[in-house]
Write a protein that binds this ligand. Sequence first.
Ligand SMILES: C[S@@+](CC[C@H](N)C(=O)[O-])C[C@H]1O[C@@H](n2cnc3c(N)ncnc32)[C@H](O)[C@@H]1O
Length: 183
Amino acid sequence: MIDLLETEKRLLEPHVISGGIAVDFTMGNGHDTLWLARAVGPSGKVYAFDIQEQAFKNTRKLLDENGALGNVELILDSHANVAKYVKEPFCAGMFNLGWLPGGDKSVTTRLESTLEALRSGISLLADGGAVLLAVYPGHDEGRREGEAVTSYLSSLDRRKICCSRFEIVNSPTSPFFFLIEKK
Ligand SMILES: C[S@@+](CC[C@H](N)C(=O)[O-])C[C@H]1O[C@@H](n2cnc3c(N)ncnc32)[C@H](O)[C@@H]1O
């Protein structure tokens, strides 16, 4: 059976540049931040965002344990403010929407800030770069985010940006994801 988390990384990997800039828009427990930090390597840089102190602490611990703190900037702020912190084009970005695994389920990503972060992220994306965005439609806000992101991405000019959606069609509540590639 397809492993969506593995598949999404395989699709993002060709866009990652060694020594480049990457953004984790939802650091959570830090697994994606760590993956990005390893992918860009020690001469690259990762900016990682979360609004929860617990996510910040969990991520810092994971990075520290793996000797990967050196090239990561952890930011306790909403990803909607990405343009305040990231001033150069980035090659790879990840959104893993929803709540902190093992944390408070009432603190989840919200469609307004998700869309704002996605718009800003796309304008900061380097030519040839890509953003991966995973949606969890098994809860109400996740379903709304999925619909809003689909509608927004469908409106973008396909000559400039290619937006693909990957889903398990016979499992409508399973997570699905988008790959957004700048030409
Ligand atoms: C599913 S988790 C991310 C999992 C993470 N990528 C990992 O590898 O462990 C979603 C995270 O998004 C965070 N979040 C919610 N709203 C946010 C916002 N406006 N800006 C940044 N992060 C946000 C939550 O606090 C939660 O930690």
